[in-house]
Ligand binder design. Structure first.
Ligand SMILES: [Fe+2]
Length: 370
């Protein structure tokens, strides 16, 4: 990638392709003290108030800087490196490559909690792991005074729901959700009925004295890729049909329509939703519905297969942070008479982890896609 000049025009050259950079695009990036607030990096001017016919009067380029003088009198010295960055996928959280995993995955991405963790390079490494594998495990996290809220708010902000700022996962009488029983929980994603669906779930183990009650995780991305390869017609129908997810609580009825496997604008994996007690398929044509039911059955079979599932026991102090748009989680049954099993959970959204990661990358001068 290179910047080139010709006849008072700036060109961006990449892999033999040469494109002119619009003068207005450069004018918007004018960065002297009178144009940009030094601390916030926010503009002190409103680009919508500028004249449309912005032209370049004068240009100068060396290895480090591009100097531009515009016809409205503005002058700027832009770092070539920063201009090139805007044309690349580099240093963008979205482009951290996902690594598929299945039941053979042994490394649980453990990071010990320590003083001031959220400002350390270790936190950066943990978050990179989270984006690669869809989860990361913190050990020895303090268990007193609902520390999970503190933890979540040190990365970003807790996403409060009608379950509260955080929720307790332990067996209780008259539960409003199966999570609050000692029954096994098959792999599922949380809250598919919300809009938006909580992005990240944290589960913090406070006590675990029971014999069973193992936690399980499945990589929805791995399973989606498997389905796409081996059962393309199932993959197609599950990425096309939107179903209604519903949750009825005492004072609220939550509903959202979405595909079980949602793709992004480039037809790539975006999100899975799976919670077979809460989904309602619309009354579509019988033949398509038949295919849909077969596809959902196969998907469930894969999610529940021992080939894809990892299983581990959360111990007091363990805090599991998982991507609720990518992974499915569950637990094996336990006997509530064995003793206490007590987890606390909460949600945060992607802006928290992405924001923290960009901040730490800048602090330690690291490139996210190295
Ligand atoms: Fe759950």
């Amino acid at each position: 990638m290179k910047i080139k000049l010709k006849d008072n025009k700036v060109f961006f050259e990449n892999k033999g392709l040469k494109k002119e950079i619009h003068p207005f695009w450069l004018r918007e990036r004018v960065n002297g003290d009178e144009y940009i607030d030094k601390i916030t990096q926010q503009r002190l001017f409103d680009p919508t108030q500028l004249k449309e016919n912005i032209q370049i009067n004068n240009l100068n380029l060396n290895d480090t800087y591009l100097e531009v003088k515009f016809n409205d009198g503005a002058y700027t010295k832009l770092k070539v490196k920063n201009i090139l960055k805007e044309f690349s996928n580099f240093n963008d959280v979205k482009y951290i490559d996902k690594i598929k995993w299945d039941s053979s995955f042994k490394d649980l991405n453990n990071f010990n909690f320590e003083e001031n963790l959220f400002e350390k390079k270790k936190m950066y490494d943990a978050l990179i792991n989270f984006y690669k594998y869809g989860f990361v495990m913190f050990k020895k996290v303090p268990t007193k005074n609902n520390f999970i809220v503190n933890f979540a708010n040190s990365i970003g902000s807790v996403r409060r729901t009608n379950f509260g700022e955080f929720f307790d996962v332990k067996s209780k009488p008259n539960p409003n959700d199966l999570a609050y029983t000692s029954l096994p929980l098959a792999p599922h994603t949380d809250n598919p009925y919300r809009n938006p669906v909580p992005c990240i779930q944290m589960l913090h183990c406070i006590e675990n004295e029971v014999k069973g009650g193992f936690s399980t995780l499945v990589d929805g991305y791995t399973v989606t890729e498997k389905l796409k390869k081996d059962f393309p017609s199932f993959y197609k129908v599950l990425t096309e049909v939107k179903v209604r997810f519903q949750f009825i609580d005492q004072s609220v009825i939550l509903e959202d329509w979405a595909e079980m496997i949602q793709l992004d604008e480039n037809k790539k994996f975006k999100q899975v939703r799976f919670s077979p007690r809460l989904d309602f398929v619309p009354l579509i044509e019988k033949k398509k519905l038949e295919l849909y039911y077969l596809a959902r059955k196969k998907l469930s079979e894969l999610y529940n297969s021992e080939n894809f599932k990892i299983r581990f026991k959360l111990m007091p102090g363990d805090l599991l942070m998982m991507d609720n748009h990518r992974l499915l989680h569950g637990r094996t049954s336990y006997n509530a008479n064995d003793g206490n099993r007590y987890l606390q959970g909460c949600y945060i959204d992607y802006d928290s982890t992405e924001g923290k990661l960009r901040y730490l990358a800048k602090k330690y001068e690291l490139e996210l896609n190295d």
